[in-house]
Write a protein that binds this ligand. Sequence first.
Ligand SMILES: *[C@@H]1O[C@H](CO)[C@@H](O)[C@H](O)[C@H]1NC(C)=O
Length: 203
Amino acid sequence: MKCPSLLHTVIPVLKVISLLTAVVSGDLGQKQKKPPNIIFMLCDDAGWNDFSFHGSSQIPTPNIDALALNGIVLNSYYVSPLCTPTRGAIVTGKHPIHLGLQHYVIMGASSGGLPLKERLLPQYLKDRGYSTHLVGKWHLGHSAKEFTPTYRGFDTHFGYWLGKQDYYSHISIDGKDSDGNGCWGYDFRNNSEIHRNVFGQYE
Ligand SMILES: *[C@@H]1O[C@H](CO)[C@@H](O)[C@H](O)[C@H]1NC(C)=O
């Protein structure tokens, strides 16, 4: 990673397609058969027709098309219309109404997050001998370290805690929460540490 310094410049936040990419690799080591590696990619805000394999003539997606053509396409699979509830459901296996996440997303000034009593998918995978890595967006809580990815089953996280940011500046401009608090700031981490080295780089 190159090291440009962080400039305090307001750069409009693009409405981004953010990726949560979790990579887990099996490493049981012992006599047991090695389990398969698992790569889980979650893409927010993708439209039905944003992929060539669904007919888009504007957005070529050859790699995603190849995955689709070699896999199973679930054409009647429904998720919540927002990122935090969807992500909460995926890592817990519970409907967001059982997580208190059914209404909206977690804002920068929000306290709380995905309830700490929940045990998450990466924690179960670690029980099975997997190492677990998260790249990209989290958006399941950040108000205390216990809510953040490396305290919730991921060995490492390289990415950001909030819901959206500029691809290059990694600055997030949050709307106001129900108490009227908004946020503006740099949000990119290597595990728990602020990672400024990617300022100005597409990550
Ligand atoms: C992230 O931090 C770890 C140590 O916690 C370090 O080994 C690694 O090189 C860092 N990654 C980057 C991209 O700087």
